[in-house]
Design a binder for this molecule. Structure first.
Ligand SMILES: Cc1cc2nc3c(=O)[nH]c(=O)nc-3n(C[C@H](O)[C@H](O)[C@H](O)COP(=O)(O)O)c2cc1C
Length: 251
């Protein structure tokens, strides 16, 4: 018997998660926050292969945001032989996760984040970006740079890990978003997972809109073998785990 399909009273893990992480008037969590152990929203690698400072000037002309909404769509075919300028990748990274200001010791970004905790990290698989060797990079919003963490042509491996989706093989770059779960769990416990997925949705939408404005094809990817992607970028899948991907390709 398949309890999920045959027994209407059966609650699968998703149903239980939704139920057990509800807020209600008499159940709000009510945890006191341990400020001394608040996880840092900054991740850095101790000895990256290189650190690449990103250009800060935006590579796109001003545009009417209402028109950008209208034109946004998922694009899966790219001009595979072209190379993406670094300034363009830099603009897309800024749109997705750029720091917009600081206030009272907190820094804020182009996207909202539950509790201002910023659990999402951004990695970039570079296949054909000007000035970047092929490989995997980690983006640091606070210093606006890329840490080069793995050298090599991994687009084929990532495409295989994304259930064989060929657009990943052809995109100039693919964004890989992970969550450092404790950043959000520190405050929200199990409810943190709801907010992590909402946060990454905001980030991906900014990438879509920036891509549309800049004339770059973007396609979100939620279908992937989790362990394979985690292994590719060297995260453990528990404390830090991949939650979403997006291809970016020239048209
Ligand atoms: C959470 C999520 C996961 C997605 N995963 C994939 C995917 O794995 N592969 C793909 O080609 N498109 C994926 N998409 C894109 C959707 O197919 C696309 O947004 C939908 O068909 C609507 O088309 P539009 O984005 O052009 O409006 C995903 C979109 C979302 C929001």
């Amino acid at each position: 018997m398949d309890p999920e399909n045959d027994d209407q009273s059966y609650l699968g893990i998703g149903d239980r998660f939704q139920r057990e992480t509800k807020y209600s008037v008499d159940h709000l969590g009510g945890y006191s926050l341990d400020w001394e152990h608040m996880p840092s929203p900054r991740k850095s690698y101790p000895s990256p292969l290189a650190t690449i400072k990103l250009p800060e000037s935006l590579s796109s002309q001003p545009q009417d945001i209402w028109d950008v909404f209208l034109r946004r769509k998922s694009i899966r075919e790219y001009a595979t032989k072209r190379t993406m300028p670094l300034a363009l990748l830099s603009s897309l990274l800024w749109a997705a996760q750029g720091i917009t200001g600081t206030q009272g010791g907190w820094s804020f970004r182009t996207v909202p984040s539950a509790g201002g905790l910023y659990p999402i990290e951004t990695y970039v698989l570079s296949r054909a970006v000007e000035g970047l060797e092929e490989g995997i990079y980690h983006f640091r919003p606070h210093t606006f740079d890329l840490e080069f963490i793995f050298r090599g042509g991994f687009a084929g491996a990532l495409a295989n890990a994304a259930l064989g989706q060929t657009m990943i093989r052809e995109a100039q770059a693919t964004f890989i978003w992970t969550a450092i779960v404790e950043r959000s769990k520190w405050k929200y416990r199990q409810r943190a997972y709801r907010y992590i997925y909402i946060d990454v949705g905001h980030i991906a939408q900014n990438l879509y809109l920036a891509g549309t404005a800049a004339g770059v094809g973007v396609c979100a990817v939620g279908a992937f073998f989790d362990d394979d992607v985690n292994n590719l970028i060297g995260v453990d899948g528990t404390e830090e785990t991949t939650v979403y991907l997006a291809c970016v390709g020239l048209l």
